[in-house]
Design a protein around this ligand. Structure first.
Ligand code: AHR
Length: 499
C-alpha cells in the first residue's frame, strides 16, 4: 500500500463528462432457467396477478426502475421462432430449446412481454433472431410489432388483441453471433452482411427504430476486437449501438484483484471506443454509434446451463456476496465515468438467473447486488462528473498498483442535487476521506447510505435475508466546501448532496 493515509476527492460541477443515459439502468430477461417462468410469469404462485405475472417480482423490478428491458435472449434468441409465442395460448407449440436444453412452453411471448414492460414502465428492447432466423423473419416481426393494421402481420397482431402497434424502438440484431456456442453462429463478415440486410428491411418497415449490432461476447474472445471492426465496417450507417457483453468472477479466489476489476472493464470500453472512432473515420462518416453493454454481471459460481429437457429448470441461480456487490457498484461507476460512450447497459438478468432477486413459489429474496443497483438507479441522474481522486493505492496480482477508492459522481442541475458513489476496496483498512467541492459551497449533505461488512463472502439467504444490506448512515458534517468521512473496509458508500 502507498504511503498516503487519507484520500481526497475533488468535485467540480463544471468538470462534466457527459449526460448519463437513463438506459444504462436497463435489464435483460431471457427464456432461460426460471427467469421468465417462475420468475416473471408464474400463474401458480400465490403472488400471481390476473395475467399470471408475479406481483412481488413486479414490485421489486419497479423499485429498481429498469428503464429498458432486453428480451427474449440471449442464446435462446438464436433458435427462437417468434410466431410460436403469439396468439391463443392453447395453440402455442412446446419446443425443445437447444440453447439451454430445456422445454419451452411458449406461454409467455412478445405480447405478454410488452404488457410486462408497460407494468414496470420499461421501454421494450426486442431482438431479431440472426441464428436460425432469416432477414424475412426479422422484417415480419417488426411488421407485427410496429406497423399499422392493414397488412398480414399487423393484422395478425390485431387478431391477437392489439389493434394499436406496440411501437418498439430498440432492436438487437441477433445475440453473441461471434460465439461458436451460438445456434447458427456466423463469422464476422457473414454476420455483418446478414445484420446489414436485416437492418435495411427493418428500417424500411419503421425508420424510427434504433438498432443494436452484436459486438464481442467477451474481451477474451479470440476474435476480439477484430470482430467488432469488421461487423461495424459493414453496418456502420445502419446501426445506432454496438453491443458488448462481459461476465465477471473471482475465479482464482484472488479478492484483491477481483475488487480492482473496474480497470479491466474500462479497458474493454476504451478499446471498443477506439474501434468506433477508427471505423467512423475510415468511413468518413458523420454518423455516431454508441456502446450498448447489454449483458453484464458477475457470473461464475453457478454456470449450469443444461436444463435436462425440463420446463423452467434451476439454471445459473448465482448467489451474490459482498465482494460481488462491490464489483457491481464499480461497474456502475464505470457506466458513469464512460457515460460519453456507454449509452445502454442491461443487467443480465433480472430474476432468478444470474439475478439480484431469487424466487420460490411464494417468497422472494434480495441478493447483496440488489443494493448498489437500487442506489444508482435512484440517485444517479443528470451528468457524470469527472472526479479527481488522490489517495492510497494497493498491490494486486492482476492489475499492479491500484487506487483503494473507486469513485464516480452525478450532478443533476435541474434539481441541484449531486450523488457521490465510493467503493473502498481495502479488505482491512478504514480510510479517512475528505470531499472537496471546488466550485461551490453545498447547502447540505442530505443523506448517506452504506453497504459494508467484514466478510467478503457474506451473502443473503431465505434464512438470513438481511446479512448484506445497504443502510442509511449518519450524513457527514459539512464544513464550508469540504466534508470528512471515514470509510470502513469492503464498503460502498453513497453521499447525497444539495448544492
Ligand atoms: O445471460 C446468459 C447468457 O450469457 C446469454 O444467453 C448469452 O447471451 C450469454 O452468453
Amino acid at each position: 500500500m502507498s504511503q498516503l493515509s487519507k484520500a481526497d476527492i475533488y468535485l467540480d460541477t463544471n468538470r462534466q463528462i457527459s449526460p448519463i443515459s437513463p438506459l444504462v439502468f436497463s435489464g435483460f430477461a431471457e427464456h432461460m432457467g426460471r427467469c421468465i417462468y417462475e420468475g416473471i410469469y408464474d400463474p401458480q404462485s400465490p403472488h400471481a396477478d390476473e395475467r399470471g405475472l408475479r406481483s412481488d417480482v413486479l414490485a421489486v423490478l419497479q423499485e429498481l426502475n429498469f428503464r429498458s428491458m432486453r428480451y427474449p435472449g440471449g442464446n435462446f434468441l438464436s433458435g427462437y421462432r417468434w410466431l410460436d409465442g403469439v396468439g391463443p395460448r392453447d395453440q402455442r407449440p412446446r419446443r425443445r430449446d437447444l440453447a439451454w436444453k430445456s422445454i419451452e412452453t411458449n406461454q409467455f411471448g412478445t405480447n405478454e412481454f410488452i404488457e410486462f414492460c408497460k407494468t414496470i414502465n420499461a421501454e421494450p428492447m426486442l431482438a431479431a433472431n440472426m441464428g436460425t432466423g432469416t432477414i424475412q423473419d426479422a422484417a415480419n416481426l417488426i411488421e407485427y410489432c410496429n406497423a399499422p393494421v392493414g397488412t398480414q402481420f399487423a393484422d395478425l397482431r390485431a387478431s391477437h388483441g392489439y389493434q394499436e402497434p406496440h411501437g418498439v424502438k430498440y432492436w438487437c440484431l441477433g445475440n453473441e453471433m461471434d460465439g461458436p456456442w451460438q445456434i447458427g453462429h456466423l463469422d464476422a463478415v457473414e454476420y455483418g452482411k446478414k445484420a446489414r440486410e436485416a437492418a435495411q428491411m427493418m428500417r424500411w418497415h419503421d425508420s424510427s427504430v434504433q438498432l443494436i449490432l452484436c459486438g464481442s461476447s467477451h474481451s477474451e474472445m479470440p476474435t476480439y476486437p477484430e470482430w467488432d471492426r469488421v461487423a461495424l465496417e459493414l453496418c456502420w450507417e445502419q446501426v445506432n449501438y454496438h453491443s458488448m457483453h462481459y461476465y465477471a468472477g473471482n475465479w482464482d479466489g484472488d479478492t484483491s484483484s477481483y475488487l480492482a476489476l473496474s480497470a479491466e472493464l474500462e479497458e474493454f470500453v476504451d478499446t471498443l471506443t477506439g474501434v468506433l472512432r477508427y471505423v467512423k473515420a475510415k468511413r468518413r462518416s458523420t454518423h455516431d454509434v454508441y456502446l450498448s453493454w447489454d449483458e453484464w454481471n458477475v457470473w461464475y459460481k453457478d454456470r449450469s446451463g443444461d436444463g435436462q429437457w425440463t420446463e423452467a429448470p434451476h439454471l445459473s441461480e448465482e448467489v451474490y456476496n459482498l465482494e460481488d456487490a462491490l464489483v457491481v457498484a464499480q461497474w456502475l461507476n464505470v457506466f458513469l465515468r464512460k457515460s460519453d460512450v456507454v449509452k445502454i447497459a442491461c443487467l443480465a438478468q433480472i430474476v432468478n438467473v444470474i439475478s439480484p432477486i431469487l424466487t420460490t413459489r411464494d417468497a422472494l429474496l434480495k441478493h447483496a447486488t440488489y443494493y448498489p443497483l437500487l442506489l444508482f438507479s435512484r440517485l444517479a441522474a443528470g451528468v457524470a462528473l469527472d472526479v479527481n481522486v488522490i489517495g492510497p493505492t494497493y498491490q494486486t496480482k492482476k492489475f499492479g498498483d491500484m487506487p483503494l477508492l473507486d469513485v464516480s459522481s452525478s450532478y443533476d442541475a435541474a434539481n441541484n442535487t449531486q450523488a457521490i458513489f465510493i467503493v473502498n476496496r481495502s479488505q482491512t483498512e478504514r480510510l479517512p476521506v475528505e470531499l472537496h467541492w471546488q466550485d461551490c459551497t453545498p447547502k447540505s449533505i442530505s443523506a448517506a447510505h452504506q453497504l459494508s461488512g467484514t466478510d467478503p463472502k457474506a451473502f443473503n439467504s431465505f434464512e438470513n435475508p438481511n446479512r448484506v444490506v445497504a443502510t442509511q448512515i449518519a450524513a457527514p458534517a459539512l464544513d464550508g466546501q469540504s466534508a470528512l468521512l471515514e470509510l470502513p473496509p469492503l464498503s460502498f458508500t453513497v453521499i447525497e448532496v444539495m448544492l
